[in-house]
Design a protein around this ligand. Structure first.
Ligand SMILES: Nc1ncnc2c1ncn2[C@@H]1O[C@H](COP(=O)(O)OP(=O)(O)OP(=O)(O)O)[C@@H](O)[C@H]1O
Ligand SMILES: [Mg+2]
Length: 317
């Protein structure tokens, strides 16, 4: 059973002074997230990512369609005990310290006493806020708020966590820490659904991704599935290539260039690449590196959603 099931989910917002003009923020979204995976939700600003997550959290009501988490409708209150949520722009009570906020959040889930205190300490440690444990949240920087937001999202040891841009506002160290938290959640069996604009992080973390554009699902699958369809060949670096060997190799290569005593080649056709590898082994050329040439997620994203247009087309009015 999928952990998150979204069927034909559509959300219209009414805008304008008389709230008569509907804007379609989400248009017939279908997707499933499987247990234990890290699922990345991408899309340009205004694509409908936060709207989807808010619909899943039952903070918004859909215009049509349906969503279930852990097999339960999103309206089911008891199901929400088993999930965690980091909102896009978390806002917490200014005069609490992070330890107090986490204690409060833990109590909402029925946690008490020593186990709760231990949990709070552990979380402060793992999000790198131990040093600020007695500082009021109004004195927190954006990145520190983001960290405490992540901590409160996982205080109840959720089965599924929804993180709306968990890396936003974090310094490089903070991003690494969040990556570490997300992978450790996965290794303890937690399903992670997160939206992000930081594509290298998505590339490093996600089992599968979905790309949303103007309220519609544009692409979904593993990174390999999405990027492999645009496979463009191989790039290899060799050393110890004599001029005679180079003469032989050249016919298989689309591009050849040398840097220092190393030879770089780019080969499109698989057969030619096979021939090069066989030749290299046979003639004891050193293969310094061999890499498939495929666009990064960043390049793919640019070409897929690059043509920026006003976010959502209004219909009617
Ligand atoms: N409360 C609202 N009232 C009216 N329109 C809204 C409301 N919330 C969102 N929208 C519209 O819905 C669309 C999708 O917004 P959403 O916040 O889901 O995008 P997003 O993908 O999360 O973008 P970002 O990357 O900027 O966070 C936008 O066009 C936005 O203007
Ligand atoms: Mg958003």
């Amino acid at each position: 059973m999928p952990v998150v099931e979204i069927e034909n989910l559509t959300k219209d917002f009414s805008v304008g002074f008389w709230r008569k003009r509907p804007v379609r923020a989400l248009d017939g979204l279908n997707l499933e997230v499987h247990r234990g995976e890290i699922f990345g939700f991408l899309g340009p600003n205004g694509a409908g990512k936060s709207t989807t997550i808010k619909l899943l959290m039952h903070l918004l009501h859909p215009t049509s369609g349906d969503a279930r988490i852990l097999g339960e409708p999103v309206s089911k209150v008891s199901m929400h005990q088993k999930i965690g949520y980091l909102p896009e722009n978390p806002y917490f009570y200014d005069y609490l310290t992070p330890a107090e906020l986490l204690t409060y959040a833990g109590r909402l889930f029925g946690m008490r006493g020593a186990p709760l205190a231990k949990k709070v300490e552990g979380l402060l440690e793992s999000v790198g806020l131990s040093h600020a444990r007695n500082l009021q949240l109004r004195k927190f920087s954006k990145g520190m708020i983001q960290r405490i937001g992540i901590a409160q999202a996982i205080i109840n040891d959720p089965e599924v966590v929804f993180l709306d841009e968990p890396m936003s506002g974090l310094d490089p160290l903070g991003r690494m820490e969040v990556r570490r938290i997300i992978t450790s959640l996965k290794s303890s069996g937690v399903t992670v659904f997160f939206s992000s604009h930081i594509l290298p992080d998505v590339e490093a973390l996600c089992d599968r991704i979905a790309i949303l554009n103007r309220g519609r699902l544009q692409e979904m699958g593993t990174l390999d599935q999405i990027l492999k369809t645009r496979f463009e060949g191989h790039e290899a670096v060799l050393s110890g290539v004599t001029p005679e060997a180079l003469d032989h190799i050249r016919k298989w290569c689309d591009e050849v260039w040398s840097m220092g005593d190393r030879l770089h080649v780019r080969i499109g056709a698989r057969d030619n690449f096979g021939a090069l590898i066989a030749f290299a082994f046979e003639h004891k050329l050193e293969l310094v590196s061999v890499n498939p040439i495929r666009p990064s997620l960043e390049e793919y994203f640019q070409s897929a959603v690059g043509s920026r247009q006003p976010a959502v087309a209004a219909f009617g009015g």
